[in-house]
Ligand binder design. Structure first.
Ligand SMILES: [Zn+2]
Length: 441
């Protein structure tokens, strides 16, 4: 039985990111409902009632996957930069987060979803407070996501005491478990803000429902020192002794790791998220990504929150990833363009456990696809699509965005979100932020 084609993107150079890294010149991608049913060269057949999208010889590639962010922090973008971490947290971020409510987080999340769709991101992985609002914003915008409420030892502005945090997380897991786009993870913040018992309980909850456990790991030198002082061992050993260094763990940052610790991550099957721009901006350090890749560790790329980046543009993040490791290793051959694009697509999908669904343009996969307009001075002529995507293109070059077979941006117009309304609401929230910061400092 042939299923009816509902959408066809044609006249395209298709960067499939399949296991052979196939590029289809002058081809088309056909979609039926939420699924890719054809990826072929040449002209498409005459479909009865499919929506036709002419890529105008542009690049068609899998939607980008932002593996780690705190989306609602879009409302703190540019609030305070160039400060030592403790200053920044104490005088700006904490006073604001203490005052936040559901509506604040919802507006920040909608703003982030708009930015991500406009820059070609189709899936994101989020950790924040009032996370139910992030899931709702993703649902309204039509984005795919893996989200989780941040858990730590202190009372939270959202759920209060920790027991309530676990209840909130479990409710979210149950509520969204059959959703086609939204999945929920258990997300203890870090080893220096979470006691061993919190971490163990979080891991138990994650395995009870078969969902990932996500935490920040070895982000800063300070964190290493604090964990050593408290537990007499470095973070990776601490996780190993707790029995948490396994396939279910997604570890964000992983900046300060020695070769033995990298071996332990590989042996445990831990998945890693690299956030180069945040690590640079906060002067955290350079994660040993080439060494991870050499060991076969799955590594995805994330932007981290907007307050430490300051955008959610995965094109910029890919560019930075490629260049940072070249200069760090003093070797221009490391983190080549194809390798880096994998870290934002097919490898990223592996990191989030979504590789059966997304990450490449192949028959049977969900239709998360973006179209990049190459009729631009900075993208003409084109010798190598991977090079253009990683080193020359920007999020603003994305012309159409499709998620789960649904067109969510056409000709740079958002179809699921009212951008001017979101911008107006964001400006209102900024007035609140200004007041909170003045009173809190
Ligand atoms: Zn983070």
């Amino acid at each position: 039985m042939s299923s009816e084609v509902t959408l066809c993107i044609h006249n395209a150079t298709i960067v499939t990111m399949d296991s052979n890294s196939t590029i289809v010149d002058n081809g088309y991608v056909s979609v039926s409902g939420d699924t890719i049913v054809d990826v072929e060269a040449g002209l498409p057949p005459q479909y009865e009632s499919a929506k036709l999208l002419d890529a105008q010889k542009g690049l068609v590639l899998p939607g980008l996957i932002n593996c780690h962010t705190h989306v609602p922090m879009t409302l703190f973008r540019g609030l305070a930069d160039d400060l030592p971490l403790m200053d920044w947290l104490t005088h700006y971020i904490f006073p604001v987060e203490r005052n936040m409510d559901e509506d604040f987080v919802k507006v920040g999340a909608l703003l982030g979803c708009a930015e991500m769709i406009l820059s070609g991101t189709t899936t994101f992985c989020d950790m924040y407070l009032f996370e139910e609002q992030v899931a709702e914003a993703a649902r309204e915008s039509g984005m795919r996501c893996l989200v989780g409420e941040v858990l730590y030892d202190f009372p939270s502005p959202n759920y209060g005491q920790l027991d309530e945090g676990f209840r909130y997380t479990e409710n979210m897991i149950q509520k969204w478990q059959d959703d086609p786009l939204v999945s929920v993870a258990v997300e203890p913040h870090s080893l220096f803000t979470c006691s061993p018992s919190l971490l163990e309980k979080a891991a138990d909850l994650a395995s009870k429902y078969g969902v990932p456990l996500i935490t920040h790991l070895a982000e800063t030198r300070d964190e290493i020192d604090q964990v050593v002082e408290k537990y007499g061992k470095r973070p990776v050993k601490h996780l190993l002794d707790l029995g948490l260094l396994n396939e279910n763990l997604i570890a964000d940052h992983c900046v300060h790791l020695d070769p033995d610790e990298l071996d332990l991550l590989r042996e445990g099957g831990v998945r890693v998220v690299h956030n180069p721009e945040s690590n640079m901006k906060l002067a955290s350090g350079i994660a040993p990504v080439p060494d991870m890749l050499e060991r076969g560790i799955a590594v995805g790329i994330g932007t981290d929150g907007c307050a430490s980046n300051n955008n959610l543009d995965m094109f910029g993040e890919m560019d930075t990833t490629a260049k940072l490791h070249k200069v760090s290793k003093m070797d221009p051959t490391v983190t080549d363009a194809l390798t880096v694009l994998k870290m934002a697509t097919v490898e990223a999908a592996k990191v989030l456990g979504l590789e059966q669904l997304v990450g490449s343009i192949e028959k049977g996969k969900k239709a998360d696809v973006i179209v990049v307009d190459t009729h631009k001075p900075h993208l003409t002529p084109m010798y190598n699509p991977y090079s253009h995507i990683v080193y020359a293109a920007r999020g603003s070059d994305v012309r159409h965005t499709i998620i789960n077979g649904r067109l969510v941006m056409e000709n740079r117009n958002l179809l699921t979100l009212d951008l001017s309304e979101i911008l107006a609401r964001a400006r209102q929230k900024a007035e609140l932020v200004r007041g909170w910061v003045t009173r809190g400092s």
